[in-house]
Design a protein around this ligand. Structure first.
Ligand code: HEM
Length: 378
């Protein structure tokens, strides 16, 4: 895929076929006023639209402008194509009302009820410096340099108006979001994204991913809600677990990714089958059982996460895991419902630790000539 349109009814980077690489960034907005916030979103929109076409962040470019001024593009993507770049913007709860209850931008009355402060889940070990934020940008591309270039230039453009709070690089998508894509693997070595909501499932996408105008805030019509969780995997422990234990934890085979209830990769998971011994073929604590819609009042998620390795710790253990991202119409009945099932009981909990968490309202797509999030300020 060469390039995806930036403008449209929905932002790109949600049902877009998941690219190979991620640079996700969360920003704090300092003491600026509403007009300056709107100007930032206008500037970000113009730069993002250009970069998704494979152009420089600004109209002059990395070279060719005034010799005595800094260029309006940083240059590291000069010779690279768009590489499937999508740039997706989101608004955190603290943009509407900060931690001290201040309504800095006159937006408190427009906070969607779906944009909750996520509850504490059993086992959470969240690090504030890797959590939350007023604004987010998800940049996905098939070339890591293109994704990093996008975040770098948008941070540069935001100077004095939004400051990077935390950012995360990801590689190896852990979900497919279209039927044409093969299922790739997470760092546990299992296929991830088999039972995902896919772009072709237009009824599910319409009902479970994008917000209709009739939900809590009409300005969010065509938007979605993003939940990100930085999940550290204790892979050294996992790597000492038997194959039998690994498959029990997931509830699928490691090779084919087939449900332990039988069939091949895309055979539906059957939670009711039992082995000759009488015990369920899919363990009571298996991840796919507890995450399954039948276990969570029909909750569905569009998962779009990435693997990460952030170097290693002092004990020589890789700081590795899964940067989980999901999109949904209402986090209360979707992410929170599923994560509540997983938090206490998932057999996988022995091997993972949630260290970062954030939630954002992802507004609908921008119109050409307009800016992303415009309906919020209308
Ligand atoms: C399914 C891995 C965290 C929700 C799966 C599958 C794997 C997997 C291998 C089976 C293949 C598939 O259908 O995609 C992981 C790993 C995680 C993780 C390694 C953390 C490091 C989460 C979290 C959630 C979640 C935090 C949501 C709160 C789901 C759902 C399914 C699933 C909804 C599909 C279940 C079904 O309908 O069969 N996951 N997962 N996962 N996971 Fe996770």
């Amino acid at each position: 895929a060469a390039s995806y349109p930036f403008y449209g009814a929905h932002q790109s980077g949600i049902v877009t076929a998941a690219q190979d690489r991620l640079h996700f960034a969360s920003f704090d907005v300092p003491d600026i006023d509403r007009g300056e916030l709107i100007e930032l979103l206008r500037d970000w929109t113009l730069a993002a639209a250009r970069m998704t076409e494979g152009l420089g962040a600004g109209p002059v470019g990395a070279v060719g402008g005034a010799y005595d001024a800094p260029p309006d593009d940083t240059g590291e993507a000069l010779d690279l194509p768009a590489s499937g770049l999508t740039i997706t913007f989101g608004f955190g709860p603290t943009l509407f009302e900060d931690a001290d209850g201040n309504d800095r931008f006159g937006l408190a009355g427009r906070r969607p009820t779906e944009l909750i402060d996520l509850p504490h889940f059993a086992g959470d070990a969240l690090v504030p410096a890797q959590s939350d934020g007023d604004l987010c940008i998800q940049a996905c591309s098939d070339d890591p340099q293109v994704a990093v270039h996008a975040i770098r230039n948008l941070s540069r453009i935001a100077f004095g108006r939004a400051a990077l709070r935390w950012s995360q690089l990801g590689f190896g998508r852990t979900s497919s979001t279209t039927r044409a894509q093969v299922t790739t693997r997470n760092l546990f070595g299992f296929k991830d994204g088999t039972a995902n909501v896919k772009a072709e499932d237009t009824t599910q996408v319409g009902e479970h991913v994008f917000a209709p105008g009739g939900d809590s805030q009409a300005w969010m019509a065509g938007g979605s809600y993003l939940v990100a969780r930085k999940i550290r995997m204790t892979i050294e422990t996992w790597d000492r677990a038997s194959l039998r234990e690994q498959e029990r934890v997931i509830g699928r085979t490691k090779g084919e990714g087939a449900p332990l209830s039988g069939g091949t990769e895309f055979t539906a998971v059957d939670l009711d089958t039992t082995a000759a011994s009488g015990s369920p073929t899919i363990d009571k604590a298996a991840h796919v059982r507890l995450a399954h819609p039948d276990h969570n009042a029909g909750a569905l998620l569009l998962r779009r996460g990435y693997n990460f390795v952030d170097g290693n710790d002092d004990l020589g253990r890789l700081n590795a895991g899964l940067f989980f991202i999901c999109f949904q119409r209402d986090p209360r009945s979707q992410f929170v419902a599923v994560q509540s099932s997983l938090a206490g009981s998932d057999a996988m909990n022995e091997y993972v630790r949630h260290v970062g968490s954030a939630i954002f309202a992802v507004p609908p797509g921008a119109n050409r000539g307009g800016f992303v999030g415009e309906s919020l300020f209308a």
